[in-house]
Design a binder for this molecule. Structure first.
Ligand SMILES: Nc1ncnc2c1ncn2[C@@H]1O[C@H](COP(=O)(O)OP(=O)(O)OP(=O)(O)O)[C@@H](O)[C@H]1O
Ligand SMILES: [Mg+2]
Length: 303
C-alpha cells in the first residue's frame, strides 16, 4: 500500500507485514519527518513506488546486556550526546539503581521514576535539563530499588515505563534507556518500551553469552508484547591488538550478520577521563577516537 509523507509529500510503499496494527509510527527517509499511519489511510494503490518505508526504529532505544561493565551506560551517554549534537532532542533515561548515568551527568539526590510511580508526579516533572543543549535526563536514585519489590508481582508491570512515556515521548527525537546488568523489572520495562535494543558487547566470551541471553528475551517479547522491537549488537572497548578479541569479533560477525553495527567502539582512555569530569566524551575531547565513533554510530542509526 502507498502512503505519503505529511511534510515533503514523498510517497512510499508500506510493506504488508507492517499492516497488522491499527496505527504505526514511521519516519520519512527524505525529510526525516515522523508521522502516524493509520489503517484507513492505507488505501491508495497502483502508483509508482519510490521506496520501502521503514518503521521508526531509532525512536526509543534500550541499551541492554546482562553482562556487567560492557559500556551500556557509556554508550547511552555518548550516543545520546552525539544525537543531541546533531540537533536532535534527546531524553536519556537512567533505569539502573546504580544511577551511573545520573552521576556521570553530575546529578545526585534528585527525583526519579520512583516518584512518578509512588509520589503521583507526572514524568515531565521529574525530567531534568542537563547543561548540554538538547539533552535531558530522567534520573535514577537508590529508592528505585524499592520498585522491584513493590511492582514485580503486579500484573503487566513491564508496561509501566511504556505507559508513562506516552505523555512526553513526542517531545523528543530519541529516547535512550540505560539498563542494569540483569534481566528484571527495569530491563523488562525498557525492552517493552523500546523500538530498538542495542546490545553492547566487548570481545570477551562471557559478554558474547550475554548477547544471546538478551536475544532470547527479545524473541519472547516480540511474540508477546512488542512485535516491532529490533535488536543490534555493538562491539565496545575493542582492542585490535588482542588475538583472542579478534576471534570473538569474527564469531560475533558470523552469528549476528546484519544485526551487528558496522561501527565499532574502540578502547579509549579518554572515556575514563570524561567520566571523571562528568561530561560526555564529545564535550571533553570531541576529536578523540571514541567520540568520533559514537558520532558515526548515531549517523548509522539515523540512516
Ligand atoms: N570505549 C571505552 N574505552 C575505555 N573504557 C571504556 C570504554 N567504554 C567504557 N569504558 C569503561 O568501562 C567501564 C564500564 O563502563 P560502563 O559503566 O559504561 O559499563 P556498563 O555496562 O554500564 O556497566 P554496568 O553493567 O555496571 O552498568 C567504565 O569504567 C568505563 O569508563
Ligand atoms: Mg551501567
Amino acid at each position: 500500500m502507498i502512503i505519503t509523507c505529511e511534510q515533503c509529500k514523498t510517497r512510499y510503499k508500506l510493506a504488508d507485514s507492517m499492516l497488522d496494527k491499527p496505527e504505526l509510527k514511521v519516519r520519512c527517509h527524505k525529510c526525516g519527518f515522523r508521522f502516524m499511519v493509520q489503517r484507513p489511510a492505507l488505501a491508495e494503490e497502483s502508483i509508482l513506488l519510490q521506496d520501502e518505508l521503514q518503521p521508526d526504529y531509532s525512536r526509543i532505544i534500550a541499551i541492554s546486556n546482562q553482562k556487567g561493565g560492557v559500556a551500556k551506560t557509556t554508550t547511552c551517554l555518548n550516543l545520546g550526546a552525539a544525537f543531541a549534537k546533531m540537533g536532535k532532542k534527546v531524553l536519556l533515561i537512567d533505569f539502573d539503581v546504580q544511577a551511573n548515568l545520573t552521576i556521570l551527568l553530575g546529578f545526585r539526590g534528585v527525583k526519579s521514576f520512583y516518584d512518578v510511580l509512588t509520589g503521583g508526579k507526572n514524568i515531565s516533572e521529574v525530567v531534568l535539563k542537563t547543561k548540554y543543549p538538547n539533552l535531558s535526563l530522567l534520573p535514577s536514585g537508590s529508592r528505585m530499588a524499592l520498585l522491584k519489590k513493590q511492582y514485580l508481582s503486579q500484573h503487566n508491570f513491564e508496561y509501566l515505563l511504556k505507559e508513562h512515556l506516552k505523555s512526553i515521548q513526542d517531545n523528543y527525537d530519541h529516547i535512550l534507556i540505560d539498563t542494569p546488568p540483569s534481566i528484571e523489572f527495569f530491563t523488562l520495562n525498557a525492552l517493552v518500551a523500546a523500538n530498538l535494543v542495542i546490545i553492547p558487547s566487548t570481545c570477551e566470551y562471557l559478554s558474547m553469552h550475554g548477547v544471546s541471553q538478551v536475544h532470547d528475551i527479545i524473541k519472547v517479547l516480540k511474540k508477546k508484547v512488542n512485535r516491532e522491537v529490533e535488536c543490534k549488537v555493538l562491539i565496545t572497548m575493542r582492542n585490535d591488538r588482542s588475538t583472542s578479541e579478534k576471534v570473538i569479533q569474527d564469531k560475533l560477525r558470523q552469528t549476528c550478520g546484519d544485526n551487528l553495527f558496522k561501527t565499532v567502539i574502540d578502547a579509549d582512555d579518554q572515556i575514563q577521563e570524561s567520566h571523571i569530569v562528568n561530561a560526555p566524551l564529545s564535550y571533553y575531547a570531541e576529536n578523540s577516537r571514541a567520540a568520533q565513533q559514537y558520532k558515526q554510530l548515531a549517523e548509522e542509526i539515523a540512516g
